[in-house]
Design a protein around this ligand. Sequence first.
Ligand code: SAH
Length: 197
Amino acid sequence: MSPSVWTKEDVINAMRRVPRHRFVPDESAHLAREDQPLPIGYGQTISQPTMVAIMTDLLQLYAGARVLEIGTGSGYQAALLAELGAEVYSVEIIPALAEQAAQTLQATGYGGHVQIRLGDGYHGWPEHAPYDAIIITAAAPSLPAPLVDQVDVGGRIIVPIGLPERRQHLWVYDKAPGGTLHAQKWGEVAFVPFTRE
Ligand code: SAH
């Protein structure tokens, strides 16, 4: 039997269980229930909950799935994926954020299901590939080529694409048998830029 894909309702229920206020700085904890992005330091933000819900739903995953996230940030998206039963591998380029996210994930009980690597996510995390899906939470100029090899056939890559200060769109790439990618444009979004080492 194939595992059952999580529904929008599963995602929303899981979001109710992940304490978003623990993933933001103390001074903005009182805003954690608002549907807005919030600063997390180093010029980065924790995404707006609606955007997190949409991307999590688009991943079309299921409990037990293995997912690669590029852009750990606060660790909130990773915690939500773990709450839904996924095994999460997450890459972050800013050392202090990687460190802080690892601590928050431990403290909130998600540490056992999320592994964090410090580095440039352009290269993915080949040692644990293939993944059932890949989610990129910063806006890249184009789909990072190394990630294509790291998603399994039948899997998806979700990525905001656009240059800094320009319009960005969320793209969904499905990897078909034989390795062909099928792209669909989801809609306009606003993310912090994907940076390179
Ligand atoms: N998923 C995060 C949102 C983080 S904002 C959350 O739930 O809080 C985007 C993050 O991507 C930032 O932390 C930024 O430092 C990181 N990032 C940007 N470029 C990156 C790269 N090349 N590799 C890994 N992380 C990157």
